[in-house]
Each structure stands twice: as C-alpha cells, then as structure tokens.
Design a protein around this ligand. Structure first.
Ligand SMILES: [Zn+2]
Length: 156
C-alpha cells in the first residue's frame, strides 16, 4: 500500500469511522436514515470519502436484486457497509453509486459554528476534571457509640 490520502470535504455535522475516527461524510450528503443493515439502522449517503470498495457481487434484498460492493474504512479496514453499483428494479436506481454506512460503525460529530474556530478542542479538556477531595474521616465517633451501646446491653 502506498501513502494514505485522507479526504475531508467537511461540514457542520460530520460522520466518522467509529474505530479510527477518520472522516467519512457529512449530513449534507446524507440521503436517508431509514435503511437496514446487517447490524441494524444504516444510513444512505450520496458521497463518502476514505473508503475502499471490495469486489462486486449480487445480493437479493427486500427491494429486489442489487449489485453491490462491500465498503471498508481506508484506514483501519473495518467493514462499514456497502455501495450500490447497480439496481435491477427501476425504482431502486436512485441508489446506484450511493453508499450505505451502518450506524453501528460510524459516529456523528456536530460542530457548533457559533462557538467559533474549528480548533475548539473542548472534548480534550473534559477528561481533566480533578478528583473531589475526600472528606476527613469521622468513623472513630461511630465506633465509640457502638462500643457504648454494647456495654449497656451487657449490663442489662
Ligand atoms: Zn476506520
């Protein structure tokens, strides 16, 4: 394998590979969120970056026969979904050239444009919260009370 070119066409709401966090697509390219993949909900995208496609094969789906290619993350090789190469059913042709990403394998990041710069690394600081100081031990008093109570019980 040669050098890894990472493509990033940006967007306010972006989708990344859940495993390696490489950029995949954005909400502008999202066609539908109502697809079903092998692992549950899957998203249909017009355009997805940083993927590698496998060999074309036939698959019979609920919506008819399709010719598809498996889609893998270009960086970490996780299988993310599939791409529609050709749909036999005329009504399904709109999917040709589009890519399904299974929701289980991707994450969505929403940039807050109002907050300002893209270099806002708020998430990195979230882990720096200092541990809360532990309260001074106050168990000695409790122990004394218990001892007193036992003594009284023995006297009765
Ligand atoms: Zn990946």
């Amino acid at each position: 394998m040669g050098r890894l070119f990472i493509e990033d066409f940006g967007g306010d709401e972006t989708f990344e590979c859940r495993n390696c966090k490489i950029f995949l697509s954005n909400r502008h390219e999202l066609v539908s969120e109502t697809f079903r993949g092998a692992t549950g909900t899957a998203f249909l995208f017009n355009k997805v970056a940083n993927i590698r496609t496998g060999d074309m094969h036939e698959r019979n789906m609920m919506t008819g026969k399709h010719f598809i290619r498996d889609v893998f993350c270009k960086k970490c090789e996780t299988k993310l979904g599939w791409m529609y190469e050709f749909a036999v059913d005329e009504e399904q042709r709109y999917k040709e050239g589009k890519t399904i990403l299974e929701r289980k394998y991707i994450t969505e990041t929403i940039l807050n444009k109002k907050a300002g710069s893209k270099e806002d690394n708020a998430s990195e600081y979230a882990d720096l919260s200092s541990p809360s100081p532990s309260p001074p031990p106050a168990e000695d008093d409790d122990d004394d009370d218990d001892v007193d109570a036992d003594d009284d019980a023995n006297l009765v």
